[in-house]
Each structure stands twice: as structure tokens, then as C-alpha cells.
Design a protein around this ligand. Structure first.
Ligand SMILES: *Cc1c(COP(=O)(O)O)cnc(C)c1O
Length: 839
């Protein structure tokens, strides 16, 4: 498939424009102009009618709820009008299925996308502190683990902004990603209770519920869930809709999240015999299906409940999609012309057998027709090459839970195997690798293979990732179906990640080149010549200083840690994982520290190193890494030799809101995964468009970022993916330990319990990770070149003008990494979907 070049022929959304009262009046009606500040204004009415409280008596939470509901009131007309337009025009619709949506807060973002800032300013103008406090009341909707879920949220924003007739489908977890606290340096997890208060954005629609049937019933025995075969039971999915407001407020799409509830037969009590603990029974009723998000980022824990969640998402969403399709279309064969279903990773892969089931058993089509429709409707995005992240589900469970689907998977496989045998006669090894079924003591279904075979498009999320996917991970399938494979390099929404997160930089940019960049990020290339403009460089410096002061404030308020906004802010914020190599970053800091120990007079730029990220609760080594970073910070704080030159801060509870505060304040972005392991990365892009310089390996989308900006504006280091793969057979971390003095001294310092005087031996697992287990992520191989790149970066920091030039070249080259560009490519090359402006 031909790849659209990123910059240049990008998508065009509605033109941003300075908004005045006439526009607001025309777009949203007179209510919007009377947002707040009068007894009968929307906000005051919400306080009075919903909360029955006098405005001056309302507490902060009530004010937030009223403000959000008032914004939703303004949106209601556009939301309805968007739905009506789609129903009337009957365009091809896009359905984005994702088990995660990492949304963050909505109020500030929705106000921005509606262009209501002038209204808010007028209403709360004299008291901007009150508005800030209102914004601060909203809990993050943390219905995701990290990059995959955040990508889904950015995509929704871009689809609405590009006025695509699109809808997101996910699960309404009662508890999103756990809340992280740090105690004595260790991560503690607590349940996230984001729905404790009613959520003002969601609209529940019980009349559009969908019934989902499982092939078995369930019982609890000794606290464990057991499935009772051949005794079908059903659950009901209740839709909760959230508005997805495109920039400019013309299009308001829907994110529909399913919540599970019991209908009748799903009755644990019936099987309980009354002999188990009441609290467990309570926790395992039907609602428990959507009670909690699984907190594993890149490993799959084979849990029955997770498989049920995946099927529940698919069954509810396809039931809904098909019902909507049938309302306006008689001929099943037109489904691929009316619906494009994108599977975000393999979690919704049961869409393949579910759609086949509908077409065969309900529509009564024959196999070939059903298969053709299924394949042309579905498309699949792969997100990772890590073997531990490739989903495989036991055949036994499927037999119990969804026996008809298993039957269909077997038939799909029978035909697949026959096809491969015919095309590659005698190559039984290839047949075994291609098969949907992994043989072994217990048989498993390979979900990635099923997704590729059952769809018309498989894409990776950055050029290198798509190439490695084709040539290594699923090589045999790529050889069998080469035309299905393509790349869609990820992007992020510049609305949330630049305009909302960094108003100072956004204003400086708009003052120089106008505001078209907000919906056409390639416009940023006009900044390039301004690298030579001293006045613009000064503007940027001022903007960044404001972000750093705001972030230092935020850090003080949240952690009580004082950081110096004049120090260099060096950041690595992302899930904690060995492949992302927070340990490599920590080793770099240990080396810098050791240099100061050698020579306390060493001239070093003052630096603050920020880390943030959650570890999967069962990932012990990741938790040791968090502990190490915290202890490192404490040791540095207590050692007079450091003299304020180095400070390490681990910020607890990484989430979207923290990212929005941290990223604009960063001078340096660390993107240092072992090459070949990070599919794309998206925080790398957020940092780039906010003007941080990247210290990074040649991995994921960082490669394309450096291509866009020119490598001279990047600080790349380390082994390439090919070098990692080639050196794997002979690589030994001991060589580096024995031959590199700084490497050895850093490790010896750690192993001598210098950072764990009171807790001897706690960091022994790091010896395993870095030495005795062979350093599978090759930290030691890259440490020296990381330090060299770091030295070059530090030297540059002494030349503020040169630094600012590189910053500008980075921002100017970041246009490709807008999710608008990504979605434009999906729409034209995979979905065949066109904008459908709401009339
Ligand atoms: C962007 C983002 C991510 C993804 O970060 P990577 O560094 O690309 O893994 C994860 N979590 C949050 C909250 C984000 O905003």
C-alpha cells in the first residue's frame, strides 16, 4: 500500500479562527453566551437544579459538576445534529474498537475544542483561580495503561476534528488504572475510584442495551471462578456515551463505553450453596465483568475474566453496529461499504468470529459471502513485537465460554491451512507457524494470526515496527498475504498536547505564523526560518520558563519537593519496563554522580531528573527499579558532594494530567528503549512539539522524528535494531563491566549498597538484570554512547542561542506527528471513509 508522505499533503480540518460572540451565537445558540455570571445562566442553573445549592455555597466539586454539565448542555445540540446528519446521509462509518481509552480530564479540553475560552474568560475572568480550581476537581478518566489507550483517545479527537463519521467503543471500567503512591521508595497500588461521584459527561442509554450470551454459567468455588459447561447464560451491556468534540465544535462524535449488568441467568447465588465469603460473592456478580481494568501494559496474564471482557466488548459493539446498519440498509453485502471496524491490537479480535457468526447464523449468508464481508469490514493494528504481549487463549476456555466461535475459528483455520499447503507444498513447518492454533500441552488460539487472517489490513505503528512485524514476528503470514500489510506511524493530538498543555508556546507560535497549525500541524514548518530570529528565540525562552515555573509549583504542591526551575529539566515519563530502560537512565545519573565524587569541583550544569511511571503490580523487577530511582534521589539529596548540581525526582501517579504539566516544562526528553523494542512511542512526539530536545535510541517513531528534524538536531546514540539482533548471540555485559571503568564503578557503587545502606541487598535483583542474567535489554552496551550523547547535550546547554535554534528546528519539524495526519492515512488507505460535516 502506498504510504502518503506525512508532511505536505496533510488533512485539512475546519480553519481555526478567532471566535467572537456572533460565531458562538450562531454555533451554539444564546445559551452559550450566558454560560455563567447570572442567576439564570447555564452554570448557575445547573448548581441550583442538579445540586440544589446556592452558587456562593457550592463546594469545588459541585462547581466542577455544574460547569461540566453546562458545557454538555451547550454541546447537546451539536451532538444531536451530528447523529442526525449521519443517520440521514448514511455515510460509511468508522468504528474504533479498543479495550482501553486513556482519556484524562475533559473539561478544559472540551472548552478549548468548542472555542469557548472567551466565554469562560468573561464568566470567570476576574477569578481565574476559581476556574483553575474547578478544572482541578475532575478526576482523570484513566481507562487505559499507557500508549495504546492514549493513542485511542488522540484518534477520537482527530476523527471528530476531521469530521469523520466515527465512533469509539470501549468498556466502562468502574476502576481504571490503579493509583500509585510511593512508600519508603516502593510502589503501592490503590484502587482508582473515578466514578465515586457521578460523571457529568456520560449519558446512559438503557434502551440501547445489548444482550450477550456465553456458552456456560459460572460458579464460585473456594474463591475461584468456575465455568459450568453447556449451560448458557447472558449478560447485558448498557451503553454510556461520552461526547467527543472536534476542534471548532462542528462535529460531536460519540465514545460508547459498555457497562455489564445481569439479566437473569447470570446468578452466582444459585450456585453458591451459601458457603463462601459474602464479600467475594459481591465482587463476583455480573457487574464485576467491567469492574476493573487489567493493569498489565505489555504482558498478558491469561485470566478468564479478561477473555470475558474482550468478548463482551466485541459482542456489545458488533451487536450495536449491526443494529444501526440494519436500520438503513437491507442488503448485508453492503456492510463493508457502510462500516469500517478497526481493532486496536488483538484485544477485540473475537470480532472476526463474532461477525462471521452474525452473518452465517443470523443473516443466513453462505460461508464465502460471510467471509468476504468480514474481511473487508475489519482491519487490525499491531502494537508490539514483544512475545510476552502476543495474546493466546486456551482452546478449553473458548470451548466453555464461546463454543460457536471456537467452531468458526476451527473452520477458518481449516481453510487457512489448506490454502497454505496448496501454496507452499511440503512446507509443514510453515503450516504449523501460520496456523491459528498453537499445539502443545494445552492448545491455544493465536489472536494475532486470527486478526491478520480475518481482516483486510494489518498495520504497525511506525516504519521500523511495521518492517520488523513483516520480516520477523509474523513473517509467514506476511509472505502469504503481503498486500494486507502497511504502516501507519502514530501521532498525537496537537490540541491537547500543545495548545491546551502549553498555552504560552501555543500563543508564541500563533503570534508568529497564525493559528492554522492547530488543525494542520505541518504549518509549523513555517517556524524554521525563525530559528535565526533572536526575538522569537527570546519568546520561546520566556514561554518555556513559564512552563517550568508552573511545573515546579505543581511538583511542590503534589510532592512537597522543591525543584529549581533554572536547572535543566531532564525527563523520562512512561510505564516502567525493562525494555524502556529507566535503569539505563539511572545508570547515567550514577556515573554523573560518581564523577562529582571523584571531583567535587567539576563544572556541571545543574540538572533535575524527573521520572514518572507505573509498574504492573505483578512485575517485581519494575518495582525494584522504582525503588532504586527513589533511593538514588535520596542519596543525592543527602550527599554534600552533589552541591545542588544533580537532583532526582520520582513523581508518583503518572497519568495524562501529569504528562500535560511535565512535558511542556522539559528541556530533555529521554527515549532510550533497546532498539527494536518500542513499537512507536508517543510521548517522544509530545516532547518534540513542546520543544524538548531528544536523547534517544534509533527506535520506534524516534527514527522518523530525527529524519524530519535532521539528525543534527537530535542526540541519538546506541545500537541499532539490527546491531541488537546481530550481537545478541555473543553479547556479554561482563565485557563492559570489565573494560569500562565508569560502568564498573557505577555498578560497584550500587552493589556495595551505597544507595541502600539501611536495606542491604535490596538491589541484588539489579545485578541479575544487568549482569548475571546476561542483560537482555543491553543496558551496558549503550551506556557509554548514552553518556557521550549526554555530554554533547550538556555542552550545547552552555550556548543558549544554539540550543534555542535546535529547539525551533524540532518544533518546526514535528508536524508529521499530529494524529490528524495519522487518521487521514487510516481514513484514505484503510477505511475508505470520508468527512461528513454535521449540517
Ligand atoms: C503519551 C502517554 C503514554 C505513552 O508514552 P510512551 O513514552 O510513548 O510509552 C503513556 N501514558 C500517558 C499518560 C501518556 O500521556
Amino acid at each position: 500500500m502506498a504510504q502518503g508522505r506525512a508532511t505536505g499533503g496533510g488533512p485539512k480540518g475546519p480553519k481555526p479562527q478567532a471566535i467572537d460572540e456572533a460565531v458562538i451565537l450562531e454555533r451554539y445558540g444564546s445559551n452559550a453566551l450566558r454560560f455563567a455570571g447570572a442567576p439564570d445562566a447555564l452554570y448557575e442553573r445547573r448548581l441550583k437544579l442538579d445540586n440544589v445549592v446556592e452558587p456562593d455555597r457550592a463546594d469545588a466539586r459541585e462547581r466542577y459538576e455544574a460547569a461540566a454539565r453546562a458545557v454538555r448542555d451547550i454541546v447537546a445540540d451539536r451532538w444531536l445534529r451530528t447523529d442526525e446528519t449521519y443517520a440521514r446521509e448514511n455515510p460509511k462509518r468508522v468504528y474504533y474498537l479498543s479495550i482501553e481509552f486513556l482519556i484524562g480530564r475533559s473539561l478544559g479540553n472540551n472548552v478549548m475544542n468548542l472555542m469557548l475560552d472567551p466565554v469562560i474568560e468573561r464568566a470567570f475572568g476576574e477569578d481565574s483561580h476559581q476556574w483553575a480550581e474547578i478544572l482541578h476537581q475532575e478526576p482523570d478518566a484513566g481507562l487505559g495503561n499507557g500508549g495504546l489507550g492514549r493513542l485511542a483517545a488522540c484518534f477520537l479527537d482527530s476523527m471528530a476534528t476531521l469530521q469523520l463519521p466515527a465512533m469509539g467503543y470501549g468498556l466502562r471500567y468502574e476502576h481504571g488504572i490503579f493509583r500509585q503512591t510511593i512508600r519508603n521508595g516502593w510502589q503501592d497500588e490503590r484502587p482508582d475510584n473515578w466514578l465515586r461521584h457521578p460523571d457529568p459527561w456520560e449519558v446512559v442509554r438503557p434502551s440501547e442495551s445489548v444482550e450477550v450470551t456465553f456458552g456456560c454459567s459460572f460458579e464460585l468455588r473456594a474463591g475461584a471462578l468456575r465455568m459450568i459447561p453447556n449451560s448458557p447464560s447472558s449478560l447485558v451491556g448498557i451503553p454510556y456515551d461520552r461526547p467527543v468534540i472536534g476542534y471548532g465544535g462542528e462535529t460531536v462524535n460519540t465514545l460508547r463505553l459498555w457497562s455489564a449488568t445481569a439479566l437473569h441467568a447470570f446468578d452466582f447465588q444459585r450456585f453458591s450453596g451459601g458457603d463462601f465469603v459474602a464479600s467475594i460473592a459481591e465482587a463476583l456478580n455480573a457487574e464485576s465483568l467491567t469492574r476493573v481494568l487489567y493493569p498489565d501494559d505489555t504482558t498478558v496474564q491469561g485470566r478468564e475474566l479478561r477473555l470475558m471482557q474482550e468478548y463482551f466488548l466485541v459482542a456489545c459493539s458488533l451487536g450495536d453496529i449491526v443494529r444501526r446498519f440494519r436500520e438503513t440498509n437491507d442488503d448485508w453485502r453492503t456492510l463493508p461499504d457502510k462500516a469500517a471496524i478497526q481493532m486496536n491490537d488483538t484485544h477485540p479480535t473475537l470480532a472476526v468470529p463474532e461477525l462471521m457468526r452474525i452473518l452465517l447464523d443470523e443473516a443466513r449468508l453462505d460461508w464465502d459471502e460471510a467471509w468476504d464481508i468480514t474481511r473487508r469490514t475489519l482491519a487490525y493494528t499491531n502494537h508490539t513485537l514483544l512475545p510476552e504481549a502476543l495474546e493466546r487463549w486456551p482452546v478449553d476456555w473458548m470451548q466453555l465460554l464461546i463454543p460457536r466461535h471456537l467452531e468458526l475459528i476451527y473452520e477458518i483455520n481449516r481453510r487457512l491451512v489448506a490454502d497454505i499447503r496448496a501454496r507452499f507444498p511440503g512446507d509443514e513447518a510453515r503450516v504449523a507457524r501460520t496456523s491459528l492454533i498453537e499445539e502443545g500441552q494445552t492448545k491455544h488460539i493465536r489472536m494475532a494470526n486470527l486478526a491478520i487472517v480475518g481482516s483486510h489490513s494489518t498495520n504497525g505503528v511506525a516504519a521500523i515496527h511495521s518492517r520488523l512485524l513483516r520480516t520477523t514476528t509474523v513473517k509467514d503470514l506476511a509472505e502469504a498475504f503481503p498486500e494486507r500489510f502497511n504502516n501507519k506511524t502514530n501521532g498525537v493530538t496537537p490540541r491537547r498536547w500543545l495548545r491546551l498543555a502549553n498555552p504560552w508556546l501555543a500563543e508564541a507560535i500563533t503570534a508568529s505564523i497564525g493559528d492554522a497549525w492547530i488543525t494542520d500541524l505541518a504549518e509549523l514548518k513555517k517556524l524554521k526560518p525563525l530559528a535565526e530570529d533572536a526575538a522569537f528565540r527570546a519568546e520561546l525562552h520566556k514561554a518555556q520558563r513559564a512552563c517550568k515555573a508552573r511545573f515546579a509549583d505543581w511538583v511542590k504542591r503534589h510532592t512537597d519537593v522543591v525543584v529549581d526551575p533554572d536547572s535543566m529539566f531532564d525527563c523520562q515519563i512512561k510505564r516502567i519496563h525493562e525494555y524502556k530502560r529507566q535503569l539505563l537512565n539511572a545508570l547515567r545519573i550514577v556515573v554523573l554522580y560518581d564523577r562529582l565524587r571523584e571531583n567535587p569541583k567539576l563544572d556541571m550544569r545543574p540538572r533535575t531528573f524527573f521520572f514518572a511511571g507505573k509498574a504492573a503490580p505483578a512485575y517485581h523487577l519494575a518495582k525494584v527499579i522504582i525503588k532504586f530511582i527513589n533511593n538514588l534521589g535520596q542519596t543525592l539529596d543527602e550527599d554534600p558532594v552533589v552541591g545542588g548540581k544533580l537532583k532526582v525526582v520520582f513523581l508518583p501517579e503518572y497519568n495524562v494530567t501529569l504528562a500535560e504539566r511535565c512535558i511542556p516544562a522539559a528541556d530533555v526528553s529521554n527515549q532510550i528503549s533497546t532498539a527494536g523494542y518500542e513499537a512507536s512511542g508517543t510521548s517522544n512526539m509530545k516532547f518534540m512539539m513542546n520543544g524538548a530536545l531528544t536523547l534517544g535510541t534509533r527506535d520506534g517513531a524516534t527514527i522518523e522524528m530525527a529524519e524530519e528534524a535532521g539528525e543534527e538536531n537530535f542526540f541519538l546514540f546506541g545500537l541499532t535494531a539490527a546491531e541488537v539482533a546481530n550481537s545478541r548471540p555473543w553479547y556479554s555485559p561482563y565485557w563492559h563491566y570489565e573494560n569500562e571503568a565508569e560502568t564498573r564503578k557505577a555498578l560497584d557503587l550500587i552493589f556495595s549498597d551505597h544507595f541502600s545502606r539501611e536495606e542491604r541487598g535490596v538491589f541484588e535483583p539489579l545485578r541479575g538484570a544487568l549482569l548475571t542474567n546476561g542483560d537482555p535489554y543491553m543496558h551496558l552496551a549503550d551506556l557509554t554512547s548514552y553518556l557521550a550523547a549526554d555530554a554533547a547535550l550538556s555542552a550545547l546547554h552552555r550556548q543558549p542561542d544554539e540550543w534555542a535554534r535546535k529547539v525551533i528546528h524540532n518544533i518546526a519539524a514535528s508536524g508529521k506527528f499530529s494524529s490528524d495526519r495519522t487518521i487521514h492515512e487510516y481514513a484514505t488507505e484503510i477505511w475508505g471513509a470520508k468527512p461528513c460535516p454535521a449540517g
